[in-house]
Design a protein around this ligand. Structure first.
Ligand code: SF4
Ligand code: SF4
Length: 363
């Protein structure tokens, strides 16, 4: 049975990829994809996605936020012009998609113009949002701008539980209203959620089941499920990390084509630094928003030079980490946090016998 589920999941992935760039996309998008495939015949593909941290401002203060330690910090945000330049450089490197991340990206007035810019350049754009600002005017503007997809966070189908985890009363209601507007305008919309330790411990996993049922009821395009990551507010969150057994429990949902998991198998590759690059609101480059380790500053050094350095290092660490989330891998945690790295139990697929022993003893 697990073999069959794995086979189904990679088939689904391959089909989704070819549809993504060829179904209902511009000629320019199709050409960028073909150009990337041709280039891959002679050199490595490079990152597919450029993630832009638009701001550290946000209305919520979610318990699980990977940007938690930075939220509200007073940084000098990259300008719209600088962000456009990054989009152009990543496109030259072969990237096909731009992902606008936060904080809450819609708190910036130039987020929608940037989506329109990426669209004109033939790149697919994704917006991560808590949904609070998705009113009539903005959803229409997003449609006009040619947005490819919205990823909207819903932590639980129960309004009180969602608002509690987001520490903002009333945000569930606004997010649901936003989803309804997106669906009415036929904008691709994915509910982004995570499998919480508390929920997975329950026989029914009612939060997760509830979110999936809610997504179907609202008519979104699917539900994406992440596992908790040992970073941000949960940098010391060993008690929130799932064990292998708990992760496998969540994997039963894969038999539903409506559900996608970040890690369909234990050794599914982490995309950080290899298939995606992340630039923080103030221009620091790292492999993904969950990795607080800076490889360079795009205001001081060209993006491609930093990306190359990062690629080589990430390839090395990810091989050792068995493909899994590198924020749970002891050697990488030491690189990020130094010798006092908060201890997190490595996953069984991670090969580091000596460090594993040290970490386990220290807990
Ligand atoms: S909405 Fe997103 S950025 Fe804002 S606190 Fe929650 S997880 Fe963090
Ligand atoms: S390090 Fe990899 S697996 Fe972990 S959050 Fe980032 S992209 Fe995902």
């Amino acid at each position: 049975m697990p073999g069959m589920i794995e086979g189904l999941s990679s088939l689904r992935h391959a089909r989704a990829l070819s549809r993504r760039y060829f179904h209902d996309t511009s000629l320019l998008t199709k050409w960028l994809y073909i150009r990337r495939q041709l280039r891959k015949l002679v050199r490595r593909g490079g990152p597919i996605q450029l993630w832009l941290g638009m701001t550290y401002r946000c209305q919520c203060r979610c318990v699980h936020c990977c940007q938690g330690p930075y939220l509200g910090s007073d940084v000098s945000e990259l300008s719209e012009e600088q962000l456009r330049e990054l989009i152009d450089i990543s496109r030259r490197l072969g990237a096909l998609e731009v992902v606008l991340f936060g904080g809450e990206p819609l708190l910036r007035h130039d987020t929608i113009p940037l989506i329109a810019y990426a669209h004109r350049r033939g790149m697919l754009s994704h917006l991560f949002t808590n949904g609070i600002l998705l009113d009539e005017e903005r959803t229409h503007a997003l449609k006009e701008a040619g947005l490819f997809r919205v990823n909207i966070s819903i932590d639980a189908a129960d309004a009180e539980e969602h608002d509690k985890r987001r520490r903002l009363p009333g945000c569930y209601e606004k997010a649901i209203a936003g989803i309804e507007r997106l669906v009415a305008l036929n904008i691709r919309c994915i509910i982004w959620t995570y499998a919480s330790k508390r929920d997975v411990a329950q026989k029914n996993m009612s939060d997760l089941r509830g979110v999936i049922a809610l997504g179907k009821e609202l008519g979104v395009n699917g539900v994406y499920v992440c596992f908790p990551v040992a970073t941000g507010n949960w940098a010391c969150g060993q008690h929130e990390m799932l064990t292998l057994e708990e992760r496998n429990r969540v994997r039963v949902f894969q038999s539903d084509p409506f559900v996608e998991l970040e890690f369909p198998e234990e050794t599914s590759p982490c995309r950080g630094g290899i298939r995606m690059l992340y630039v923080s609101p103030d221009g620091r480059l790292s492999p993904c928003p969950c990795i607080p380790y800076i490889y360079g500053d795009v205001r001081e050094e060209p993006l491609d030079a930093i990306a190359k350095r990062m690629w080589n290092e990430m390839l090395h660490y990810q091989r050792q980490a068995g493909g899994q989330c590198i924020m749970q891998y002891p050697a990488y945690r030491r690189l990020v946090y130094g010798d006092d790295a908060p201890a997190i139990t490595p996953l069984p697929c991670m090969q580091e016998p000596e460090s594993t022993a040290t970490t386990e003893q220290s807990e």
